[in-house]
Design a protein around this ligand. Structure first.
Ligand SMILES: [Zn+2]
Length: 591
């Protein structure tokens, strides 16, 4: 870590999470907590909750959670030291000189420097576009594509002139080093040319993250040069898999849906026509990471991919990825036009909205697309096609949904419904086997429902332990760190037990700060915010705790018993634990 742990703890303890978060989101008091609609996923009723006594936040919708520092990292994209520097003045703490090695400091600064370099380059391209002498080809192109001045400014479009050194000179003048130009992908180096920009004679589309920082560029060549579109390479700040073009605007469109398209121009002309929910993947196929980003904001994605063969194929892949993230994909029919840009120009926004209303369900789109690959007049081919349908249906996990489709498809193609159901059942089994096998290869044995249930019990126990001061003394004789079922939980339990043994109330916000991975942070947060609904009084709560304690202990016993052999020692341990477990059945908790 960049700052000594005690300084971090001091800064954190001197600021109030509610007042800091209130600078960014509008919290409402509700009981002992504060709530609002979650800033990390799209929702209409608030499930984002801030707990001032524990100094943590937690979203019961999407599961994110953490302390005041992780909030700044997540919401404001700050690095850890940046968050500290932001909070220190509020806390009235003077931070020590950053005394870490030159190397660590350099790494931290490096990303910031690349953002800076990109910002200067974007400024240069933007200025050139509006320059009458050098920018005319670019401006003419954009006007021909029907973009207004306002749109061009909104997306900060630019132009890279014929001279491939202009941007380099401009960035250098603004203090960007040659190494940074290379690292940001703005420049390349060759023996013959020295430092030169890969972007020349191209219209420039700056790619921004959701905070408006410039990550990289896309460039459309003027005339017939190759390649038609050129993108910045991946850099320390530009990850193509994790970003979407237009998302910085689309995330706040308030429409509870996204339109996914293929190109920069599609996104821009859709936004210009009022569809500010349009995004595109960045010169690559749609990725699972991108699906996850969209899913956090809305479960509805409309695909408006090119209506040619390649576009259809890409749409088929995107549908499957979206389905894995429980996002409903629908396909917009753009015929007779090739892409949304042409469609809007041809038929206008109103007609596009109508096409969205009539968008085809993704499964039926898959079936209809597959149909084209078979000659259904041929008996054998027809059977193959029906098996293909079964494959698609098998991917539906919800039985009701699956049944509805079974109905629709068997009617449409005159297939006997029961036969189709049978084929789907077989396909589903084969699919489950395959999934399990893949899963096992990736992560070892599959996590099952029982494991989830146990983890929930363990979460509850830890939540109760910090809520109820007198509880630990009563359960201490029975519970140990090893009784928790995952490494992360064991670690947290150890910390919690240690504070309680020393008579201190554990500090969830502090425990969270020991974890760097955002998923770990959210999981740790869940350990302190789990609740049972409908517990009417102390007595009922005490009963629930006794029950939970027994379940955790029993699960732990079973886990360990499975590993024991038949030595005398093992048998004795086993016996002792069994007796303890029996005793635990009768435990009475008093709150
Ligand atoms: Zn959320």
């Amino acid at each position: 870590m960049y700052y000594p742990e005690d300084i971090v703890a001091e800064v954190r303890s001197r600021v109030d999470i509610v007042s800091v978060l209130s600078r960014f989101i509008s919290l409402q008091k509700k009981g002992a907590n504060y709530v609002c609609c979650c800033p990390f996923h799209n929702e209409k009723t608030p499930s984002f909750s801030v707990n001032p006594s524990r100094q943590i936040y937690k979203c019961f919708g999407c599961g994110v959670g953490g302390n005041v520092i992780t909030f700044l990292q997540k919401y404001e994209n700050m690095t850890f030291p940046e968050a500290m520097e932001y909070l220190a003045p509020i806390a009235g703490v003077t931070l020590p000189e950053r005394d870490n090695s030159e190397d660590a400091r350099r790494r931290m600064n490096h990303k910031m420097r690349l953002y800076e370099a990109n910002r200067h380059a974007a400024n240069f391209f933007y200025k050139v576009l509006w320059d009458e002498k050098y920018g005319t080809p670019g401006m003419e192109y954009l006007k021909k594509r029907g973009l207004t001045d306002e749109t061009i400014k909104h997306f900060a479009l630019g132009f890279a002139p014929m001279n491939a050194r202009g941007v380099i000179d401009y960035c250098r003048k603004n203090g960007v080093t040659d190494q940074e130009l290379l690292d940001a992908g703005i420049a390349a180096f060759s023996e013959k040319n020295g430092l030169y920009s890969k972007f020349w004679n191209r219209v420039i589309f700056p790619i921004l993250d959701d905070k408006g920082k410039v990550l990289g560029f896309g460039g459309r060549v003027m005339g017939d040069g190759e390649p038609k579109y050129l993108n910045s390479q991946e850099t320390d700040v530009f990850n193509k898999r994790r970003n979407l073009y237009g998302f910085n605007f689309a995330r706040s469109s308030k429409k509870d849906r996204f339109i996914l398209c293929e190109g920069y121009m599609d996104v821009i002309s859709l936004h210009q026509a009022g569809f500010t929910e349009a995004v595109a993947s960045l010169g690559t196929a749609f990725t699972p990471e991108q699906a996850r980003i969209l899913q956090r904001y809305s479960p509805n994605v409309y695909l408006s991919y090119d209506s040619d063969g390649a576009g259809t194929k890409a749409a088929m892949r995107a549908i499957e990825i979206l389905r894995q993230y429980k996002v409903t994909g629908r396909i917009i029919n753009m015929k007779p036009y090739k892409d949304p840009d042409e469609f809007i120009k041809g038929l206008g926004a109103e007609e596009f909205e109508k096409r969205m209303e009539n968008a085809e369900d993704s499964l039926l789109f898959q079936v209809h697309t597959a149909e084209k690959g078979f000659n259904t007049n041929d008996y054998a081919e027809k059977t193959k096609f029906h098996h293909e349908i079964a494959q698609f249906l098998a991917q539906m996990e919800d039985p009701l949904e699956r049944d509805n489709y079974l109905d629709a498809v068997s009617k449409e193609y005159g297939i006997n419904k029961e036969h189709l159901r049978e084929a789907v059942g077989k396909a589903a089994l084969a699919l489950a086997d395959k999934k399990e096998w893949e899963e096992a290869r990736k992560t070892g044995p599959k996590k099952n429902e029982k494991a989830d249930y146990m983890m929930q019990n363990e979460q509850l126990l830890l939540t109760f332990l910090i809520e109820e001061q007198g509880l630990f003394a009563q359960v201490e004789p029975y519970i140990r760190e090893e009784d928790f079922s995952t490494e992360l939980y064991r670690e947290v339990a150890e910390t919690v037990f240690e504070s309680l043994r020393n008579g201190k109330v554990p500090d969830p916000a502090d425990i969270i700060s020991h974890y760097e991975d955002p998923d770990d942070q959210s999981n740790v947060c869940a350990l302190f915010t789990t609740q049972i609904q409908d517990l009417s009084g102390k007595e009922e709560k005490a009963k629930a705790i006794a029950e939970i304690l027994y379940k955790i202990k029993k699960n732990s016993y079973e886990r360990h018993a499975g590993e024991r052999g038949s030595s005398m020692e093992d048998i004795q341990t086993d016996l002792k634990e069994k007796q303890e477990l029996e005793k635990l059945k009768k435990i009475v908790i008093r709150l």
